[in-house]
Design a protein around this ligand. Structure first.
Ligand code: CDP
Length: 223
């Protein structure tokens, strides 16, 4: 039995990363943003002058991920996001990144008591046995506005329309791919954050997650 796990899947810029971070802080769990793994893979391909749709290029990059680049601003660019969605559609790339995610869940870093992992396939493929699962979504216009604000805060200037187009087309590709498509797990609770600020979204998430985690946390050996 692995430590408690909360799976937070959802559409692009739905607020799942912020929620996952807040949940991790609340429960004292480690947080993994699995999207960063795909973005780092994409960055590796682009920096090597490769093609993100080529299995050879993408697999080489997935095997050589440089985690020290996780904070790079370029990781957040549209170009890297779009390339991430392309490498993410390749089964062997997903297999390579799966081990890292399962290790994180089995042994949360820093001796944390559990893990919160956000992404697209955490509750469906990476950890179907997760103790609590959320599927986060919001109206595309609202998501585009939030992402636009986030990018502006990082000094990246984009039109809101462009941002929305990018999110919508990436979601469509993520939903349509053959391997580990973006979808709500049958046992995931849907959290629509369209009309919720971050505090309200977090409060709602806690109400959904706490009862599902309770049994596991109570069963935790003491001492
Ligand atoms: O932050 P945002 O929601 O825009 O994207 P992200 O979570 O950083 O993910 C970037 C891309 O990586 C997604 O569009 C997916 O194609 C891919 N991804 C995935 O396939 N599986 C995951 N568990 C996480 C991300």
């Amino acid at each position: 039995m692995h430590p408690p796990v909360i799976a937070v899947d959802g559409t692009a810029a739905s607020g799942k990363g912020t929620l996952a971070r807040r949940l991790a802080q609340h429960f004292g769990f480690a947080h993994l943003d699995s999207g960063v793994l795909y973005r780092l893979t994409a960055l590796g391909v682009l920096d090597a002058g490769g093609d993100p749709t080529s299995e050879i290029d993408a697999l080489a990059a997935a095997r050589a991920i440089d985690h020290t680049r996780a904070q790079e601003l370029r990781l957040r660019s549209d170009a890297v996001g779009a390339a991430a969605s392309k490498v993410a559609a390749i089964a062997s790339v997903r297999d390579t990144l799966l081990n890292y995610q399962r290790q994180f869940i089995a042994h949360p870093p820093g001796g944390a008591a559990g893990a919160v992992v956000d992404g697209r396939d955490i509750g469906t493929v990476i950890c179907p046995e997760a103790d609590a699962k959320l599927f986060v979504d919001a109206d595309p216009k609202v998501r585009a506005h939030r992402r636009w604000l986030e990018l502006a805060g990082l000094g990246i200037q984009r039109s809101e329309d462009d941002v929305r187009e990018e999110l919508v087309s990436r979601d469509a590709a993520d939903r349509a791919r053959a391997v580990a498509p973006l979808r709500q797990a049958d046992d995931a609770a849907l959290l629509d954050t369209t009309d919720l600020g971050i505090d309200a979204a977090f409060a709602t998430a806690l109400v959904l997650v706490e009862p599902r985690l309770a049994a596991k946390l109570e069963a935790k050996p003491r001492g």
